[in-house]
Design a protein. Structure first.
Length: 156
């Protein structure tokens, strides 16, 4: 009899250790900070072009929610990373993690510097948000490598 994680085909892919039943939690959470951080960039661009206060408020909220959701996604990702030695051994996993940590630190600084200073959004904040979107593209590529090339969390 196969274990619940072990497919009948006999493949033994690295398993996600943070999961609900057999479904990995990390990929369920990552869309939220991604959308929030991209939304922050869009709101920053619009605020920088028209100066309407609502866009500054939206970017503050998007950053705050994105950081909270990034913390939850990071917790699940860290459980996977430290819970499965085969995941830790992958250079792509380390690159994915470091890119995400860099993005979150940049966004935390971005939020701290813009609170009470909406002028920061148009002068520097929009550029930080843009850099984070580029980092997320790289991180997403590495996350895709983890699933599609290394089979992490994949059930055949």
């Amino acid at each position: 009899m196969n274990e619940p994680d072990m497919p009948a085909s006999g493949h033994d892919h690295p398993r996600s250790t943070a999961r609900i039943a057999t479904h990995p939690i990390h990929p369920m959470l990552v869309p939220f900070p991604i959308v929030c951080f991209i939304g922050t960039f869009v709101a920053d661009i619009v605020y920088s072009s028209n100066g309407e206060q609502g866009w500054a408020t939206a970017s503050h909220w998007l950053l705050g929610v994105g950081l909270v959701m990034a913390a939850l996604a990071a917790a699940a990702g860290l459980v996977d990373y430290f819970g499965e030695p085969r995941i830790r051994s992958l250079g792509d996993a380390l690159k994915h993690m470091l890119a995400n940590v860099t993005a979150v630190v940049l966004e935390a600084v971005n939020l701290a510097l813009r609170l009470g200073n909406d002028d920061f959004i148009a002068s520097t904040g929009v550029y930080i948000s843009g850099v984070v979107v580029l980092i997320l593209l790289y991180s997403g590529w590495k996350g895709g490598d983890l699933v599609y090339h290394h089979g992490i969390g994949v059930r055949d």
